[in-house]
Design a protein around this ligand. Structure first.
Ligand SMILES: *Cc1c(COP(=O)(O)O)cnc(C)c1O
Length: 483
């Protein structure tokens, strides 16, 4: 048996590269990353290709090793070329993400050390780092000391945790789920509807409260609806408001909604996945007034804090409620009970073993300080207003509501053609061209293009390029040069 073990050990040791091999791997990876970033300004924001990355299948897994150079080549041509390039400052579609370099370094360190961040007992320092990030976001929102939260994979899971916490706190039985009422608007992110399903609440009544002309929930209508639901014997459960809708960046009247939530004892959740970090700016603080009165908040560091994908957060004003909803014990975790000085992420979310997400947020905040983030967010707000003014100088351009944050919609209304058909062609042209990326949406049944400024690499030069490409494409499609 010993000789067999030894023979296996010899093969298994291939999993641990030598110091020299590690250095070589890292050097090549670093070179790859540097090339990627150095070439980024010249690269398109979107690439359509025939093969759409099919070449990754040319490298099937097999028993033997492969050459790293060959692997990197496939990564370059099949993964990092086709499709959207979210790292590009010329990406202004959907809600752009980020990809701060120090976060990549943090991810590298987190993976090498592989600290176990599910429970405080296992990695007290790492859990403190995560809790420090949570605490910082709680301060941003204006939450008290007793607040708690969790770094999630993104806003979708954060919204789910918020909803489940609300459901558990209401102590409502499954047999009454069909009587539960969830209040939101038509503009709420679709992941909230998914969360309702995952929370087992698909039989609940979902009320889409009418909105004003700025696509904000009308508090008066909400009030009426709650009253009528109560008199019909239903159980008002939770209000899901938005602080920065994905389509238009609209912020619901949080303060007035908070009054109603308090009066009727409803759970009040604010989805600030996109808009939340604008709280670092004076303008953001002003339009999100009342967010501190919400029972729970979703905020996505991989959006407004420019982190790479995979980091959202849920914050709950009364941390005990989050704990009561999410914690569970097990025999094999009994050692963890010895160290309870700090909350453990596993007690505040459905996850146990998880990525050390805190490090990729903590490191850039430490290295850069907070001010560059605040400046970047203020810059994004102004760039969007700048675009809003400039785009209207093009003849026959129609804009949606004045941008409240950094998202806005617009369309070209041709003299004779159907505007929906024309704007679909316009967005197709832009995608085929690829130098910039914009996405589209549907507002009140009409097809609109959207501009979303949130990549930290988007500056005046990129916005001017977007404007000039729009002029160029409109000219191409209409044959009329815009002024
Ligand atoms: C992006 C977004 C979400 C979903 O968050 P993910 O991080 O993509 O899971 C939820 N709500 C709003 C308002 C968003 O913009």
């Amino acid at each position: 048996m010993e000789s067999q073990i030894k023979a296996l050990e010899k093969q298994a040791r291939a999993l641990e590269p030598s110091t020299g091999d590690r250095a070589s791997l890292l050097k090549k990876a670093q070179q790859y990353g540097n090339n990627f970033l150095d070439e980024l300004p010249q690269k398109p924001a979107y690439v359509t290709s025939e093969r759409m990355g099919k070449g990754v299948y040319d490298l099937p897994f097999n028993d033997g090793p492969k050459d790293f150079d060959e692997i990197l080549q496939v990564l370059e041509s099949e993964v990092d070329r086709p499709g959207l390039n979210p790292a590009s400052g010329k990406h202004a579609g959907y809600i752009p993400g980020g990809g701060l370099y120090p976060s990549a370094v943090a991810d590298y360190l987190a993976a090498v050390t592989n600290r176990y961040t599910g429970v405080f007992f296992s990695s007290p320092g790492a859990v403190r780092i995560e809790n420090m990030c949570i605490r910082w976001m709680c301060d941003l929102v204006g939450y008290p000391e007793k607040a708690a939260g969790n770094l999630t994979s993104g806003g979708s899971i954060a919204n789910l945790i918020g909803l489940v916490t609300a459901r558990d706190h209401a102590d409502i039985k499954a047999r009454d789920f069909h009587k539960a009422v969830i209040y939101t608007t038509h503009q709420v992110h679709h992941c909230v509807i998914k969360a309702i399903k995952f929370a087992g609440l698909q039989e609940a009544q979902i009320r889409e409260i009418p909105m004003d002309r700025g696509y904000r929930m009308k508090a008066e209508e909400l009030k009426k609806q709650i009253h009528s639901d109560k008199s019909a014997g239903l159980i008002p459960l939770v209000i899901f408001a938005s602080a920065g809708t994905t389509d238009l960046g609209a912020v619901d009247p949080l303060d007035r909604i908070a009054d109603l939530a308090k009066e009727h004892k409803l759970w009040f959740h604010v989805d600030a996945a996109y808009g939340g970090f604008f709280l670092l700016t004076d303008h953001g603080k002003q339009i999100m007034e009342g967010i501190d009165r919400a029972d729970s908040v979703t905020i996505d560091p991989h959006k407004g804090l420019f982190l790479p994908y995979g980091t959202g957060a849920v914050l709950v004003k009364d941390g005990q409620r989050l704990y009561e909803s999410q914690h569970m014990t097990a025999n094999y975790l009994q050692d963890a009970l010895k160290a309870t000085e700090e909350a453990s992420p596993a007690d505040l979310s459905p996850e146990l073993s998880k990525h050390f997400r805190g490090l990729r947020m903590w490191l850039p905040l430490q290295l850069f300080g907070v001010q560059p983030f605040r400046a970047a967010l203020e810059e994004k707000l102004l760039l969007t207003r700048y675009f809003f003014q400039k785009i209207q100088q093009i003849d026959r351009i129609e804009v949606g509501p004045k941008p409240k944050l950094s998202v806005m919609a617009f369309r070209y209304v041709p003299e004779n053609d159907d505007p929906d058909i024309f704007n679909k062609k316009l967005v197709d042209e832009i995608h085929r061209d690829g130098r910039i990326f914009l996405s589209s949406t549907n507002i009140d049944g009409a097809f609109y293009l959207r501009l979303a400024v949130l990549n930290f690499r988007t500056h005046l030069e990129e916005i001017d390029l977007i404007l000039s490409i729009l002029r160029e494409k409109i000219h191409k499609l209409t044959g009329v040069a815009s002024n």
